[in-house]
Design a protein around this ligand. Structure first.
Ligand code: O7M
Length: 216
């Protein structure tokens, strides 16, 4: 996946009205948006197609899918039918569960991202002990898109080693969670950024400054 300016906007706003207000300002700088539960639970899956149509961008649906294979497949199917270009899937539930999402993606000509380790402090207890194994499982399954944390660059570097240089790795956790954009891009192909942009008094100004900082 190509990502303009290496930034994926996490559109975690509570309404379409807020989404439109923000996208009207920042869309010239972006071509990829991540939409998750905050917007979809508030406004429905149509928010995915509306954002795609109105802003001509790719949408990655962050549903962190983590169920049995049969249910995962239904979730992935309905997400792709709504127009999503990709869906984010948890790895810890196992290869069969992730495979059902991958099969759905292949049928629809879409993509999945496998979530390895998460960026928040609590991930260290349950997810960290298995996250490298999750990345290895993804490689065995032929998955080429991954999510890993910008808040632990040593771990992000290990994930990159496991998935190889040709896999596509996107990384949340810069800004409010403490990660540094430029340092993260030593290992990741693109950053997922939410609050630093949508809570800023001037989202365009902050976006321009992040883009400048990663181009230096
Ligand atoms: O920049 P923020 O911290 O406001 O937002 C980060 C976004 O990335 C937000 O949508 C989180 O739900 C998401 N995210 C993480 O912050 N940490 C993770 O480990 C994983 C994700 C994510 O996108 O998972 C796919």
């Amino acid at each position: 996946m190509e990502v303009k300016n290496k930034i994926i906007l996490a559109l975690d706003v509570p309404s379409m009205e807020k989404a439109v207000e923000l996208m009207d300002k920042v869309s010239p700088y972006l071509d990829t948006v991540k939409i998750g539960y905050p917007l979809v639970l508030a406004e429905g899956l149509e928010s995915v197609s509306r954002v795609k149509e109105e802003y001509d961008c790719k949408v990655i649906c962050d549903f962190k899918v983590a169920d049995i294979p049969a249910t995962n497949q239904k979730i992935a199917d309905v997400t792709f039918q709504a127009g999503a270009d990709a869906i984010i899937v948890h790895g810890f539930v196992g290869a069969d569960s992730a495979t059902s999402c991958l099969e759905s993606a292949n049928q629809h000509g879409k993509e999945i991202f496998l979530l390895t380790e998460m960026s928040h402090p609590g991930a260290s207890r349950f997810l960290q002990p298995v996250s490298m194994d999750i990345a290895s499982m993804g490689v065995e399954m032929g998955i080429t898109n991954y999510v890993g944390p910008s808040t632990r660059l040593d771990r992000l570097g290990k994930i990159r080693q496991i998935i190889g240089k040709d896999s596509f790795l996107i990384s949340p956790g810069v800004g409010v969670q403490g990660g540094n954009p430029k340092d993260t891009l030593e290992f990741a192909d693109a950053l997922i950024i939410g609050r630093s942009i949508y809570l800023a008094p001037d989202p365009v100004e902050i976006l321009e400054s992040i883009i400048d900082s990663i181009e230096l």
